[in-house]
Structure formats: structure tokens, C-alpha cells
Design a protein. Structure first.
Lengths: 236, 236
DNA sequence: GTCTATAAACAGATAGAC
DNA sequence: GTCTATCTGTTTATAGAC
């Protein structure tokens, strides 16, 4: 009686007249759940609160997702699809191997800088992204199968792509241990401004982290990246 | 009837014969709570589970801490005290202003490198630190007054100290916006290896993150730091 | 498909015996 | 100080009316 499938038929089996009404309820529940799971955590969020936030009925969660756990998985799939889109727009085709493009070091470095800036914009500035990032961070804390979706759909391909750009920019082999770690450090320094948001705000004396603050962070991250790339290039 | 005070009198008001028995229960509860709050989160952890892990009675939580919330605060205080000790050993007197020491840039840079290496050792390698870091990260997600203790006791003084070293190493003013952000990026790149532990392990093909893996991370972080410091110094 | 009523389990807090 | 029993509220899941 429940519908656990991610994709759904438009011709519903039910007798509802307006097609898509069920889908709207479904999406409203997912968006509300991401918001609340991100803000308060999975366990701390009751299905009642989710239903209220989505202006839907409590029973609809069981109907659409089979239960709270199914809703969590649906959230992960929703997020993976959304981020793939954002990342794809910033990096081009993620499945493309940058080494095939024969990029000049300067061009590869420029693309890395652009990727970092996009990451800052998404992580640090965008308020809508807050709950999404929080959701992912919480899932990372106690890995469930929900994280598999996000890892395989987003993390792995994006990281691999960045490693390819790193090779083109520095000469370090893309899949070497050093390169993979280095790319993680580049990403990590940005992610911290989301995770450590509260201590950062206090220490920086920032009331809120808006566009001005985000561009200050981006400027430092850019300088860091350039300095590191240059040092790696000179190494040979 | 409850004892909310952090420090306690050794001459207990109760009639127990062995002095310190209560204190042992108290500490066992705190350690168990840190472990479970870190692993599963505050809301997901029941007081019953904590009592079982500490081999103590459920009622003892109410007795010693007034309730679950009081136990959370006690955990934060316990952690703040412990980390201050670790940080103090690595950095010397945290309250000392490094600019008073008139350090040569090379010496200041060396101290920063050492601090980063200590941070990697603590964050990435030490398994006992896992739950502690997880606990803090979870508290950061939804700031309560528990985080105030850790922020004021550890975060702020350590960050300030590192900023002082940064000034001595680069010439950038210690309390400038740029320096404070830069120090956060240095710390953040390390912290990520704890938060993103699972995706890192997968992408790196690491079954576990042991001493070998930690030193690989430390090597990259060290190179990053040196490259950035050098670029800042040359800037003038 | 949506909504209500209810079941069954479990939470944290508390009173009081020992 | 420790431990048990119990109160009160809340949780998810489910059965069935509409």
C-alpha cells in the first residue's frame, strides 16, 4: 500500500482527480523534512512537526515513504539530485576527465579557483543551502544508506573532477594520495565556515554571514589555493 | 536535593562511607554521556542508555546533574577542561600574547606548523578524541549554553594565540579580518578529516585512519601552511 | 489519496524505600 | 548516595472512515 519508489507514474493508481496533487504533497514533505532534519536532527524531529511544516497530514508520511526512515532516504535522493545540478553547472560535465582536455596550468588553476568560489557561495552565503548542508553533515556523523546516495552522486564525482584539475594545474598525478588529500583540504577549509558558523561569527564579530563576509572568506581561500598551487608547480 | 555544582566538596553530605564513590559515578556518567552523545546525538541518546553504559543507576543522573540537560553542560565543562590541557601543552601559555615574545618569522612559522601537527594528531588520529570531537560538532550544530563553555575556554584563546603567531610569521596584523579568517581556514582543513571521515575513507581507499594516514594528512597540511605563509611574507 | 483515532513503546522526571 | 516504581507526556506506526 505504500509507495517507496523514487520516480513515480503520472497516471496514478489512486482515484484523485488532479494529477500531481500527490506529488506536491510528497515534495512538500521532503522539503520540510530537509529543513527540520537539518535544523534539529533526525531523531529530534517528529513526524508530526514535519507534517505540520509541510501543511500535510501525519498519515501521508507513512503513505508516501513507508515511514520516517523512508522519508530520510527520499531527502537524500532529493539533495543528491539538486547538488549534482549545481555542481554540474559550475564544473561542466562531471563525468568528463579533465586530463583529456589538455588544459594549460593557468587555465586549470583558474577553473579550480572558480570551483572554490562557487563552493564558498554555496556553503557560506546561500541561506537556503544551510539546511541542506546541515542535513548532509548530520548524516555524515552517523552514516546510513542515505549518505551512499549523496556520496556516489555528488562527492565522489566532484572530488575526482577536482583532482583532475589539480593535476593539470600542478603536475601532481590526479589520483595520487597527495592530490586527493590536498583536494580534501581545499574543500575542508570552506566547509568549516558552515560547520563552525557560530564560533566563526563570534570570533569575527559578524552578526550575520552575508555577501560581504562570504567574499572575504572567498578572498582568503583564493589566496590559499593560489599559493599552494604555485608552490606545487615550482617543486619540480 | 540535586548537585548542579561542577566542583564538589570531598566531605560529602551524604552518609556513604567510601569518599569519592559518588565522584566516580559522576565521572563515569560524564564519560559515557560524551561517548553516546557524540556517537548518536543528544536527542537520540536516552538517559537509560547512558546509565547502562556507565553501569550506574538511571536515578543517578537526576541526582548528580538535575537532569539530562545538566549532564550535557557537565560534559561540555569536562571537555573544555581536557582540551585546554592538550592545547596548553602544545602552545604554551595560551593567555600569553605571542607578539610580546618578539619571535623571528621562521620561529613563529615553526610554531604554527607544530600547532597544526598537534591538531592533526588530535583530530585525525586519536580514537578516544573521536567522540569528543563529535560531541562538539553536534553542539555547534544547534548551539546551546554548553557550547559557550567550550568556546570561551578553548576556541577563542587558541584562535587568538594562533593569530598572534600568524602576525609574527607574516607581518599581517594579528587581529585583522584577513588573519582571523586565514587561521580559520588552516584549522578547518584539518577538522574536515574528522567530520568528513566516512567519505574521506571511501575516496582514499582507507579502511581505517591510523598513524600512517594521519601523517599523510599532516604532510599536506604542513605544505599548505608553509606555501601560504611564504606567499604572505613575500607580499610586502 | 487524505485524514482521524488509537495502539504500543518509550522518553525524562520524580517520590520514596533502603 | 543508590536504586526501584511510577507518573505524565510524546513518539512512530497502523487500521479504517471518508
Amino acid at each position: 500500500m505504500t509507495r517507496d519508489d523514487f520516480l513515480h507514474e503520472t497516471g496514478s493508481a489512486g482515484g484523485s482527480r488532479r494529477i500531481g496533487a500527490a506529488e506536491r504533497t510528497r515534495e512538500a514533505l521532503i522539503r520540510a523534512a530537509i529543513r527540520l532534519f537539518g535544523k534539529r536532527g533526525f531523531d529530534a524531529t517528529s513526524t508530526r512537526a514535519i507534517a505540520a511544516e509541510a501543511r500535510a497530514n501525519i498519515g501521508s508520511i507513512a503513505y508516501h515513504f513507508g515511514g520516517k526512515e523512508g522519508l530520510r532516504t527520499a531527502c537524500a535522493q532529493y539533495i543528491a539530485a539538486m547538488i549534482s545540478q549545481v555542481a554540474g553547472r559550475a564544473l561542466g560535465d562531471l563525468t568528463a576527465d579533465p586530463s583529456r582536455l589538455q588544459l594549460a596550468p593557468e587555465e586549470a588553476a583558474a577553473r579550480l579557483v572558480r570551483a572554490i568560489e562557487t563552493l564558498v557561495g554555496f556553503m557560506v552565503a546561500r541561506p537556503e543551502a544551510g539546511e541542506i548542508v546541515q542535513f548532509i553533515l548530520r548524516e555524515l556523523g552517523q552514516p546510513t544508506d542515505a549518505i551512499d546516495v549523496i556520496y556516489n552522486g555528488v562527492f565522489e564525482p566532484v572530488h575526482r573532477h577536482l583532482c583532475g584539475l589539480w593535476e593539470a594545474a600542478t603536475g601532481d598525478p590526479a589520483e595520487s594520495e597527495y592530490t586527493r588529500i590536498a583536494v580534501f583540504t581545499m574543500v575542508g577549509q570552506i566547509v568549516y565556515f558552515r560547520i563552525g558558523r557560530e564560533p566563526v561569527k563570534r570570533r569575527m564579530g559578524w552578526g550575520e554571514i552575508g555577501p560581504r563576509e562570504a567574499s572575504a572568506v572567498a578572498a582568503v581561500a583564493r589566496d590559499n589555493l593560489k599559493a599552494i598551487l604555485e608552490a606545487r608547480r615550482k617543486r619540480t
